[in-house]
Design a protein around this ligand. Structure first.
Ligand SMILES: Nc1ncnc2c1ncn2[C@@H]1O[C@H](COP(=O)(O)OP(=O)(O)OP(=O)(O)O)[C@@H](O)[C@H]1O
Ligand SMILES: [Mg+2]
Length: 236
């Protein structure tokens, strides 16, 4: 589904991603882990095309997309919930959600639209109470729910989630966890989740990719992750 092969990326002259190689299979939940500053967000930016790669390949759904612009990648089924959430502040909650729906590549009819919005409202009932509020005034937890809702309205094949629980109160963390578990059971799309907390990730992910200093240092199923690797590179 998603394959990164020897991806190298730079910010100016700083070499950040070093031969990053891993795959995410259809319907799989994979977790990208590692301490602060190891290059997790940069990896997601390379996947979305927000940061051009200097060498290596990124393919998605069987097609090479290494040089494809970000909007074309989105239309191919890539949805991104960035670390800063990036809600459009002066648009209402409803309008922010609408942007997600408009990113769909098909042209669905009204009943599909209603079903898709109803699903989001069911996952995040809080959003129904604040539909006309500007995105900029929402709390962190509300913004995160909106950002995930907006991303799934685009009907993705792969959802990229960058630290969805960072700075969020425990009750909403639990809710987000339940939503991710629900997605996993449905297997409608794959998820690449960035998380530093081992416990949260262990409950959700089938595969781990551990990064250190811009490189992948381990990848595999949860039971293949050694205690030593956890101690060296992860926050427990
Ligand atoms: N726009 C930028 N310009 C220059 N350097 C950057 C830029 N963004 C990030 N970096 C650097 O690139 C490295 C990787 O950053 P990145 O944001 O990918 O880390 P991360 O693993 O997501 O960390 P965190 O867990 O803190 O979110 C860091 O050394 C960071 O300082
Ligand atoms: Mg980050």
């Amino acid at each position: 589904m998603l394959e990164l092969k020897n991806v190298n990326a730079y910010y100016g002259e700083s070499h950040i991603l070093r031969n990053v190689t891993f795959t995410v299979e259809p319907g799989e939940v994979a977790c990208l882990m590692g301490r602060n500053g190891v290059g997790k967000t940069t990896t997601l930016k390379a996947i979305t095309g927000l940061l051009p790669v200097r060498s290596g390949q990124i393919s998605f759904a069987g097609k090479d997309m290494t040089t494809l612009p970000t909007d074309r990648r989105a239309r191919q089924g890539l949805a991104y919930v960035p670390q800063g959430r990036e809600i459009i502040p002066h648009l209402t909650v409803r309008q922010n959600l609408q942007l997600g729906f408009w990113a769909r590549s098909d042209r669905p009819n009204g009943s599909v639209e209603k079903t898709a919005f109803d699903e989001v409202y069911q996952l995040f009932p809080k959003l129904t109470q604040i539909l006309n509020r500007p995105g900029g005034v929402l709390s962190g937890g509300e913004q995160q729910q909106l950002a995930i809702g907006r991303a799934i309205l685009s009907n993705p094949k792969l959802l990229l989630l960058d630290e969805p629980t960072e700075g969020i109160q425990p009750s909403i963390v639990d809710q987000i966890e339940d939503v991710i578990i629900g997605f996993k059971q449905q297997r409608r799309f794959a998820i690449l989740l960035v998380e530093q907390g081992l416990h949260f990730a262990a409950r959700l992910a089938e595969k781990y990719v551990v990064m250190a200093k811009g490189a992948v240092v381990a990848a595999g199923k949860s039971d293949e992750l050694s205690a030593d690797m956890v101690k060296q590179h992860l926050t427990v």
